[in-house]
Design a protein. Structure first.
Length: 263
């Protein structure tokens, strides 16, 4: 049982949606630093190009950009078609793209539900479905292809902020991941969720600027998440070490969920 091979992802083909910024960027770097071929996709073309340039400068794995607007089904299909032209297999799919919307309960707009649930939940299924043939092609006996869905602790507990659509979408994502684990596990593809606590990202930037100290005081480990936390968990789930994990929701939050429990 060699430690180097146990967590090896060298040469694996990985797709990270929303992989240019925030948590997605941390994940992308983790895979590139360990020799994987990483495809980054989001609607921000400039951010994708910048991330790819920076990641390729690391000189270990490789990074490529296929920008796409996931709100449009046609763009999801274009992403999958482009990936199929470039690769015969996809070893790892990281469904990370997401959006949020905060507003007071009495003012919360119906349009927020459409926007947030489309990207955070519906498009996870859309993209996964479209690239399933590539995932199946990468599957080997004892070494399945992997799907890692980036969820949230707000899908496990009642959030303190008024982000009704976001928390509902993440709870739905957690269960969708379990449903996919059952269905796709029979096709030798695993599906797992990482329920993230607070990390430094565009989505969390304003909240952390105002409340980071308060947030950290409620986390037993006393800090927000960092790059190695999310990258390491994704690498574990995508390596031989994680080949028997299927249908799990891993809470990656420094203990914030248990810290908020009233025992």
């Amino acid at each position: 049982m060699d430690l180097n091979s146990l967590f090896d992802v060298k040469g694996k083909v990985v797709l990270v949606t929303g992989g240019a910024k925030g948590i997605g960027r941390m994940i992308s770097e983790g895979f590139v630093q360990n020799g994987a071929r990483v495809y980054i996709s989001s609607r921000d073309v400039k951010a994708c190009d910048k991330a790819v340039q920076e990641l390729n400068a690391l000189g270990k794995g490789q990074a490529f950009a296929i920008p796409a607007d996931f709100y449009k089904e046609s763009e999801c299909k274009r992403l999958a078609d482009e990936l199929k032209k470039r690769e015969k297999e996809l070893h790892v799919l990281i469904n990370n793209s997401g959006s949020n919307w905060g507003a007071a309960y009495d003012e919360y707009p119906d349009s927020a539900w459409t926007r947030v649930l489309t990207l955070n939940l519906q498009r996870v299924f859309t993209i996964t479905q479209l690239v399933t043939p590539l995932l199946e092609a990468a599957s080997r006996d004892g070494n399945p292809a992997r799907i890692v869905n980036i969820g949230s602790v707000d899908g496990l507990k009642v959030p303190s902020l008024e982000t009704f659509a976001y928390s509902a979408s993440k709870a739905g994502l957690h269960h969708l991941s379990r449903v996919l684990a059952n269905h796709l596990g029979r096709r030798n593809i695993t599906s797992n969720t990482i329920a993230c606590g607070p990390f430094q990202s565009k989505m969390m930037a304003a909240t952390l600027e105002k409340f980071q100290g308060i947030i950290e005081s409620g986390i037993p480990l006393g800090r927000i998440g960092k790059e190695t936390d999310i990258a390491g968990t994704c690498l574990f789930l995508s390596s031989p070490a994680g080949s028997y994990v299927n249908g799990a929701t891993i809470t990656l939050d420094g203990g914030s969920v248990i810290g908020s429990s009233k025992l």
